[in-house]
Write a protein that binds this ligand. Structure first.
Ligand code: HSE
Length: 428
């Protein structure tokens, strides 16, 4: 009789409940697939009285995640508590110190403490798996650590926050401003308890930092991710971008360059007919580029009970089968400390500004761009008001520094009204 793999599940929110449901529904299938039964020994959650719609009566209830992590009848802690410190961190450390493997969906914890936890796991001969932490149901950690292990990775990109993609695509389809769609998203329950985790780009930045570590063999360095959220995206830019053949996405890009590791999570224009440009609603997409494979595009649900629990179960099954992989794909001691690139690689930019509609105004704008060393690729003007005219410019490749230089120049022309908008155009 094969030894069962015994789980302790900490956290019975949407994902934890989903994991219990899969284990109950597919017990025979899971056992057949990994050659041993997957059992739940004990669980813990904040609210014991809540009806979660699953039968929890045969599991031992623990008062704390840390107590759960210490139990002799638990082989694997499934940490679904969340948060970058507090009980999630304490329970993870306790589990590793008590000789248990850890499966977690906690991107914040690993983005902040990934290196230390990976070192602790390896010193204890245990593993930490975190498929559910990045892009929900998309098996991107497995794709990078296993499927693409034979490649030198060039670039990883992704739309990895479904809430932001919902907001941006809904703004475009309904022609509504950001604030209104943000409120809709709140009412629909799409936003995290701290909405800035979503719309500030932090949640997606955590995910990007984890992917970059695996892709480039570097220590997780979330602090070096250049972060910008979607709060300043105006409906005008979404419309104008569409007119110029682009869509605006909260896009994460990580690449190793001669100047160091570049990690950016920011609104970007992407071609409307590219896979990223066509991504609608709360769906996630990850694009992986390796030297041998070329480009891989993975698309799927980035959140929700079923997809996230599905990813947790993939890690549980790996452990049950005896598959043991270093946390970030390399032994922790071999992960290099990355040098952050000081500036992003040059790219074309989209500029939108409002001009006084009078002779010579456009020439002054063109001169300010020329002064900054920026070459114009395309320019459009339409929708004039009485005395003003909007101007849209797509530049040739340039740097953010040059764009800032040009914007300082615009301010001295006396014809540019208000702040110009500048958004990077990413080649995807
Ligand atoms: N709030 C995230 C999203 C899911 O909207 O994609 C959890 O990372």
């Amino acid at each position: 009789m094969p030894e069962p793999l015994r789980l302790g599940i900490a956290g019975l929110g949407t994902v934890g409940t989903g994991v219990v449901r899969i284990i109950q529904k597919h017990a025979a299938l899971l056992e057949a697939r990994c050659g041993r039964p997957i059992l739940i020994s004990a669980i813990c959650a904040r609210n014991r009285a809540k009806d979660r719609g699953v039968d929890l009566s045969s599991y031992v209830w623990e008062d704390s995640a840390t107590a759960l992590a210490r139990r002799d009848d638990v082989d694997v802690l499934v940490e679904l508590v969340g948060g970058d410190s507090g009980p999630a961190k304490a329970a993870t450390e306790t589990a590793l110190a008590s000789g248990k493997d850890v499966v977690t969906a906690n991107k914040a914890l690993l983005a902040h403490h990934g290196q230390a936890l990976a070192e602790q796991a390896e010193a204890a001969g245990r593993v930490i798996r975190f498929e559910a932490a990045v892009a929900g149901g998309i098996p991107v950690i497995k794709a990078l650590t296993e499927g693409l292990a034979g490649n030198q990775m060039h670039r990883v990109m992704g739309v990895m926050n479904g809430t932001c993609n919902y907001i941006l695509t809904r703004m475009e389809s309904a022609g509504l401003p950001y604030d209104e769609v943000f409120e809709e998203a709140r009412k629909l329950g799409y936003l995290e308890a701290d909405p800035n985790l979503d719309v500030g780009g932090i949640d997606a930045g955590h995910k990007l930092a984890l992917l970059a570590s695996i892709a480039f063999g570097t220590q997780v360095s979330f602090d070096a991710v250049e972060l910008e959220g979607i709060g300043r995206i105006a409906i005008e830019d979404i419309r104008h971008a569409a007119d110029m053949g682009y869509r605006i996405k909260l896009l994460g890009v990580a690449q190793m360059t001669g100047r160091g590791l570049e990690q950016r999570m920011s609104p970007c224009l992407v071609p409307a007919d590219s896979p990223l440009g066509q991504l609608q609603g709360g769906t996630n997409m990850v694009v992986l580029e390796g030297d041998s494979v070329g480009q891989i595009v993975l698309r799927g649900p980035g959140a929700g009970e079923g997809p996230t629990a599905s990813a947790v179960m993939s890690d549980v099954l790996d452990i049950a089968r005896g598959t043991r992989i270093s946390t970030f794909g390399l032994p922790a001691a071999q992960l290099a400390m990355p040098t952050p690139a000081k500036a992003a690689a040059p790219a074309p930019y989209y500029l939108r500004m409002t001009l006084l509609d009078k002779p010579g105004a456009l020439a002054k704008v063109a001169a300010a761009l020329g002064d900054a060393g920026i070459s114009i690729n395309r320019m459009r003007q339409y929708g004039h008001a009485d005395t003003t005219a909007p101007v849209l410019v797509v530049t040739h490749k340039t740097t953010r520094d040059a764009i800032d230089h040009a914007c300082r120049g615009f301010a001295t022309t006396g014809v540019v009204i208000g702040e110009p908008v500048a958004i990077r155009i990413e080649a995807v």
